[in-house]
Design a protein around this ligand. Structure first.
Ligand SMILES: [Zn+2]
Length: 395
């Protein structure tokens, strides 16, 4: 069995930490971490909810199902979260990966906490998905019950996971950049750090491949601030149609891309409503909607390479999948402050050929080809594809 217990809140360094023990009672734990924690600046310590284990359920549930161990929470959680996990969420996890099995999930009781926070939140990364949510639900939204009034930067250490040596530097760079962007919007930004990544990293080592369940950590970060957050928009990377058509592409690989359109509506507490936003669009439609937004032209950052200077490389898969729709829309130059357009022009033909070759197999390449056709944008010919062949593989 895996047990979660001893929830406490205490001052650490310049911050305040919400922490619980995670104990394997019937097997040796393969994880170096013996606790799971969420940490904020001292000034925001009151925001951490120490009267519920809601933030300590999702990552332990995944671990329990992976190791075929029952899960017990030695404390209270939201009844809504408990019921949805018991009846629905475990089935979705099993569909996602053959490595996961249903387990017995028990808790000591239920919280009576009702929704009372006044923050309507969303994450900010300055990527396409995050900016699309902010554009719709801050710039365009007028209903104060649904309009974003606070932004969040959750560091569940995704960056350390990818870049062990430069992780902290990169985190600080990204935090600085996102803080500046939030300031431009005149919105407060709350930063929170968690060690949830450690568990994902160990599972990756056991499976010898990258399995992304890190979004569970992100939802948990929002729940750790549940006293203050009443609604939280989590930005989807995939459209409803794409999740339907390409879920096999992400099976046993990326949990959010596999199922977030129907998983997130089940990841709810009595205090905080999580809203999955962005599934109503393809990525290209998000770009089309924001293409004349000066803020996006100044702050858009999508790059896989996560350069320490915060720039977009212009040649990685994510930069290319962003730049081609901008070219199709005739708006490349508008984004010359954040992308090296000349660099892109040098390799864009190869990328277009690659999109045609992967049509129907890869979701973002497929939608880029569709978008070109919808806008009468000339793509390479069949002959070009034949001549370039495998040499078109540039990313
Ligand atoms: Zn890039």
């Amino acid at each position: 069995m895996i047990e979660i217990s001893n929830l406490r809140k205490y001052a650490v360094g310049g911050g305040v930490r919400l922490e619980a023990d995670i104990t394997f009672t019937d097997m040796l734990s393969p994880y170096p971490e013996k606790t799971l924690y969420f940490e904020v600046d001292k000034a925001n310590g009151d925001m951490l909810a120490d009267d519920t284990y809601d933030a300590f359920v999702l990552v332990p549930l995944y671990l329990a199902m992976f190791h075929k161990q029952d899960l017990h929470i030695r404390g209270k959680i939201s009844k809504k979260l408990y019921q949805n996990i018991k009846w629905y969420v475990q089935k979705i996890f099993c569909d996602f990966s053959p490595d996961l099995a249903p387990v017995k999930f028990t808790v000591d009781g239920f919280t009576s906490a009702k929704r009372k926070g006044n923050l309507i939140g969303a994450g900010i990364s300055c990527g396409v998905d995050s900016l699309s949510t902010i554009y719709d639900h801050f710039v365009k939204e007028t209903d104060p019950d649904y309009r974003i009034n606070a932004l969040f930067y959750f560091d569940h250490d995704l960056h350390n996971q990818r870049f062990d040596n430069t992780g902290q530097k990169l985190y600080k760079t990204l935090l600085r950049r996102n803080t500046a962007a939030a300031k431009d919007l005149n919105l407060p930004l709350y930063a929170l750090a968690s060690n949830s990544h450690t568990f994902n990293r160990v599972i990756d080592k056991i499976k010898k491949r990258h399995i992304s369940m890190i979004f569970l950590a992100q939802y948990s970060c929002a729940f750790s601030l549940g006293k203050n957050i009443s609604r939280y928009y989590t930005s989807s990377g995939m459209g409803y149609e794409e999740i339907k058509n390409f879920s096999e592409h992400y099976h046993n690989d990326d949990l959010s891309a596999f199922c977030e359109s129907y998983l997130v509506p089940l990841i709810q507490t009595d205090r905080t409503e999580l809203i999955v936003d962005g599934c109503q669009y393809r990525r290209v439609d998000k770009l089309k909607k924001m293409v004349d937004w000066n803020f996006a032209q100044k702050h858009l950052n999508v790059c896989f390479k996560n350069n320490l200077d915060g720039s977009n490389c212009g040649v990685c898969a994510k930069c290319l999948r962003t730049l081609l729709p901008l070219e199709i829309l005739g708006k490349l130059e508008k984004f010359s402050r954040v992308f090296n357009i000349e660099q892109y022009r040098r390799i864009s033909f190869n990328y277009k050929v690659q999109c045609l070759q992967k049509y129907g197999e890869h979701p973002f390449m497929t939608e880029n080809v569709d978008f070109a056709h919808e806008n009468n944008f000339p793509m390479p010919t069949k002959r070009d594809c034949y001549v370039l062949g495998n040499q078109a593989t540039i990313v």
